[in-house]
Design a protein around this ligand. Structure first.
Ligand code: MN3
Length: 257
């Protein structure tokens, strides 16, 4: 009995001390720490027939002030490389043929949940990096512009649909502009790392433009303000590359890393 009286206040006291410790350490987390994490040596990427660029197509701070450097560094080196590494390791364990990434995604229900998540993460981020540019923003020109106006009414109506799809993703996922099998443009979204190429997607099509709305894509800079991040995305959209993807998609060719 006497020992119980001793233990209860002791445990309560421990709780108070450890809570203080948590507060102290979270205060120390800063932008500089993100760089330190990235300076640490990383395992080399596994051998693979699947291509992976060792760097982004622009500088890490190239999309500032819309998307910050620390987010881009972490997103590319920790998240995208992680999906690629996991996908290659899983695929090397079960591959029996020389399928390309698009073919794998189109029949992703044949493989496990791990392939679905990581093949999706590998492909989606590749398309995402190539959906943005330091020289981006504005409106598309030429055939993509005409198709958007034709299918959605105007650029404004298209953006509103896309914004609603992006902000409407519950939890983590992606917003997409796609070319449907009938050759029309459509806006859709997918959960997790799914994408519209996948046989498991609610709406199928060839992705032309993709926006990552996982919190890791914006939380460092925008915290909970997903809407501000979506607004910022329009300032850096690479319409040149997006138009090229659209033209290929109209020939039935899916964008491929
Ligand atoms: Mn991401």
């Amino acid at each position: 009995m006497r020992s119980t009286f001793f233990i209860i206040p002791f445990v309560a006291l421990l709780g108070i001390f450890s809570a203080c410790g948590d507060r102290e350490s979270s205060k120390d987390v800063s932008y500089a720490d993100d760089r330190d994490i990235l300076a640490a040596p990383v395992d080399p990427l596994p051998e693979s027939a699947f291509s992976f660029d060792e760097d982004l197509p622009y500088a890490y701070d190239g999309l500032e002030p819309y998307i910050d450097e620390a987010t881009m560094r972490l997103h590319f080196h920790k998240h995208h490389k992680g999906y690629y590494r996991n996908f290659v390791n899983l695929w090397n364990d079960q591959a029996v043929d020389n399928r390309g990434i698009v073919e794998i995604l189109e029949q992703v229900s044949m493989y496990g949940q791990g392939v679905r998540n990581n093949a999706g993460g590998y492909y989606n981020h590749w398309l995402f990096w190539h959906s943005m540019s330091p020289d981006g923003g504005g409106d598309p020109e030429g055939v993509l512009h005409d198709a958007i106006v034709n299918d959605f009414g105007s650029m404004e109506e298209f953006r509103e649909l896309f914004n609603n799809a992006a902000s409407g993703v519950f939890g983590s996922g992606w917003a997409w502009l796609i070319v449907t099998p009938s050759g029309d443009l459509a806006v859709t979204s997918t959960p997790n790392q799914d994408n519209p190429l996948m046989d498991v997607a609610m709406v199928n099509g060839l992705p032309v433009l993709g926006l990552d709305v996982w919190e890791h894509a914006y939380y460092l800079h925008y915290q909970n303000r997903r809407g501000s991040y979506i607004d910022a995305f329009w300032q850096v959209v690479d319409w040149d590359k997006t138009s090229k993807r659209y033209e290929k998609a109209m020939e039935g060719i899916a964008y491929s890393p």
